[in-house]
Ligand binder design. Sequence first.
Ligand code: FES
Ligand SMILES: [Fe+2]
Length: 386
Amino acid sequence: MQTDPYNVNIRDDSGPWTPRPTLGGDDYRSLEVFDREREKIWWGDWITVGRAEEVANPGDFVTKDVAGESIFITRNEDGELRAFYNVCSHRGTKFLDDDSKGNVRKAFKCPYHAWTYDLNGDLIGSPNVTEDEYFDRSQYPLHKIAVDSYAGFLFVNMTKDEPRPLLEALTDGAESITAFERFKMEEMSVGVRLVYNVKANWKIIVENFNECLHCPQIHPELVQVIPLFRFGEVWDEEIRDDGNIMIEGATSFTKTGQSELPKFPNLLPEDYQMYYGSYEFPNLMLNIHPDAVMYYIGFPKGPNETLVISEFLFRPETIADPELFKPEPVVEFWDLISLQDWDVVERAQTGVGSRAFTRGVYPRQDRFLYWFNEEWRQKMGRPLEG
Ligand code: FES
Ligand SMILES: [Fe+2]
């Protein structure tokens, strides 16, 4: 269990509470705030960008848009991850297309003047630049970005300072995906991918993920499977790793509580009837089930818009066997819940855009959101509200 540096008493559902304010309207809609978020949050510390399997082999590459910066991740000949800005050192040209992936074998070539870079980002070819120019190629590598992986997730850190260790970032929040090593997510593969373009600020999506006050009204099917959610709670003090027990007899996160998917091996006995949710600041929202893992990765497109990637992980041997790989009930259930959520977060976004909205209010069941807002304020260099 993680510590609580912001003193919000987040796990105590009966502790003292007085109404706390939400973020302000401008925090959800203004370009100025969004610009500061880009520097402080999206380019200032570790964020999740995808899965290591997207660049499984040397020479594989994948491009990502991080709050308007195009970057790419690759793997060098020693199998080590590398990440760079998608910017040529010659005259700045963006050399890989958006949303592209593939394998370049040994080198990246700029489409403009054909300068080439090896998998470590070193400039190895600059046609027609001649010896007598005393041109030292080693001075013009690609612009490097820190990259690392944990539990099969890919993380980048675009800070201009020295990046802190990834593990430090992963363990300093209210929840941590490091609590779930027994699920061996690094061995899993993406079996299904859904993409949603949500017309809402990324923080509204995170806030919605981290509360269940809305569950009884928005998710009638979900509260059938996880009874605690009827009460608007997301944490059950009695259960380790913030698990939520499913209804009696349920062993899978589906409408019926059943699925034909093989269960993950070697878990704790109670894991086979549990739902676990975990949030890693700023953009990884993880859901762990006995036979599938689903996560959202949010990529902000502006103050009012977020691309949400929803991917489903399974054991590779399950995906490989058509007799075993029957993900539909889990995927359909999640897609239903996601669409219910996107509908309501888009309404929330519209509302916070009104001139009538200055700040809203958090009751006790929203305490994790207040905690998230404190963490956001701290990253943004604003005073904490306490
Ligand atoms: S800008 Fe890339 S080679 Fe000229
Ligand atoms: Fe929801």
